[in-house]
Design a protein around this ligand. Structure first.
Ligand SMILES: Cc1cc2nc3c(=O)[nH]c(=O)nc-3n(C[C@H](O)[C@H](O)[C@H](O)COP(=O)(O)OP(=O)(O)OC[C@H]3O[C@@H](n4cnc5c(N)ncnc54)[C@H](O)[C@@H]3O)c2cc1C
Length: 423
């Protein structure tokens, strides 16, 4: 399987390289006088990956990227920061894009799709020929009763790279011996399916290192989760019986939050010292504010990533309904490659590529133990949905060497993607 995976990866790599070299040559010959203006919203994984690919074509296009933050704090590896295994500075980047790319730090308020113009909160505006949106996730209006993402009394969710990790850790640090931590996990789809369980592992690691006795109860709105058996074995091995998972059918669905208590679907009241609600999610807020989407997630053409009914607006990353693909940084990068290459094809009036996608999700159970699942994807026969071609997963009884090797691979992946995107 590993050999097959490597062959597949090699062929994707070679195919992309040949394509890029061909197109760069072609775009240099074109030297358009009125270059189309491509605006990328979001310098997170989806947006920055598009910028990374499209910056090879600045002879052909004007490229502008907009983000409300000058410094990008990534969600990948943020759980390790929570676990006190990594410093927050290691997941914080000041993007250094190619010199031909303009980086605008400002917050978008509205997208006027008819006028092909974006408006910023400070009333400035910017027009575009093509808009690529990668605003990540937003949060549903309807959350667990009694819980609001804006209520500072609640433990911050830390699910979007905003600046709350230190407060989260301070609250964890204030927990006393024999404390009880409650985590409430949403139903699919949400950003990074294994992340809640990795977070539980990292909270356990934090408390174990403090030599605290603790119990972590994960109340889940689902009846199963990705890499479940591996997580169970890792938890047992590293943290004994300290982490307990409660499935939806066994009372895992939380209906209500009161100060230090949650109430589940069976009416059972459970008290906790640290209650961490992972909120229900949707596409980025700007998409709804601009009335570009009716459901929770954007419907796109998965060959081009054009937003349905808006031919000059593209969406990539967590905001889209990506069929079988999970919402991850790895997926966003893989989608961004196809989006960018096919946007160039559109501009050059060439045929679109038939996409293949890849995703690998690594999870850590402790500093030097990681495991993964890798999946391959392409389009269904109607070309309207991304479907899985299969996957391979780490072994359930991974020995120290295997877990250590995968932890090194995970660090390697993170270092290489952040270096490629942010310089
Ligand atoms: C705890 C956790 C751990 C994770 N670990 C992994 C992992 O190990 N591997 C993995 O592959 N994935 C992981 N993920 C998932 C990963 O973070 C996301 O899938 C990825 O960030 C999606 O990229 P994106 O471009 O869609 O969104 P983002 O990376 O969130 O980027 C969105 C950007 O848009 C900007 N933006 C939004 N609205 C506006 C606006 N109105 N104006 C201006 N700018 C705006 C934001 O500032 C942000 O920079 C993890 C997620 C979490 C929560």
């Amino acid at each position: 399987m590993i050999k097959k995976k490597r062959l597949f990866l090699n062929s994707i790599f070679q195919w992309t390289l040949v394509f890029l070299l061909n197109q760069i040559g072609l775009s240099k010959k074109i030297h358009a006088k009125n270059k189309p203006k491509v605006v990328v919203l979001g310098a997170g994984f989806g947006g920055a990956s598009c910028v990374n690919y499209l910056s090879n074509f600045t002879d052909l296009i004007d490229l502008i990227v907009v983000d409300k933050n000058r410094w990008i704090k990534t969600c990948p590896f943020s759980n390790l920061v929570i676990g006190n295994l990594l410093d927050e500075s290691k997941i914080t980047f000041k993007p250094r894009f190619n010199k031909n790319v303009k980086f605008v730090v400002n917050e978008l308020k509205f997208i006027d799709a008819d006028k092909k113009e974006i408006l910023f909160v400070d009333e400035l505006s910017l027009d575009y020929d093509f808009l690529i949106m990668a605003p990540g996730i937003g949060y549903k209006k309807k959350q667990i009763q009694g819980y609001s993402i804006d209520d500072n009394e609640n433990i911050p969710h830390c699910w979007d790279g905003e600046n709350k990790i230190s407060y989260f850790k301070k609250s964890l640090d204030s927990l006393e011996n024999n404390c009880k931590v409650i985590i409430s996990c949403p139903d699919y789809p949400y950003r990074c399916p294994p992340a809640p369980y990795e977070r539980a592992s990292m909270i356990a690691s934090f408390l174990k290192n403090k030599k605290n006795k603790f119990k972590i109860l994960i109340f889940d709105s689902k009846n199963s989760f990705t890499k479940k058996n591996i997580f169970f074995k890792e938890w047992k091995k590293l943290y004994g019986d300290s982490i307990e998972w409660i499935s939806r059918k066994k009372g895992g669905l939380i209906n209500r939050l009161e100060k230090n208590r949650v109430i589940n679907n069976d009416g059972e009241k459970i008290d906790g010292d640290f209650i961490h609600i992972i909120p229900e999610q949707s596409a980025g807020k700007i998409i709804f504010d601009s009335k570009l989407c009716n459901g929770d997630w954007c419907k796109i053409n998965p060959q081009t990533f054009q937003l349905l009914n808006f031919k000059d607006i593209y969406v990539v990353g967590d905001s889209i309904d990506a069929g079988d693909m999970p919402k991850s940084a790895f997926s966003a990068e893989s989608q961004a490659k196809i989006l960018s290459l096919n946007l160039v094809n559109r501009i050059l009036e060439k045929a679109y590529l038939d996409p293949v996608f890849l995703n690998t999700c690594y999870s850590f159970s402790s500093y030097d133990r990681a495991f993964s699942i890798t999946s391959w994807y392409r389009l269904n026969s109607n070309n309207d949905r991304i479907v899985s071609l299969g996957s391979s997963q780490s072994s359930e009884d991974g020995l120290l060497n295997e877990r250590l090797r995968e932890s090194k691979e995970a660090y390697g992946w993170y270092e290489s993607i952040t270096k490629a995107l942010y310089g």
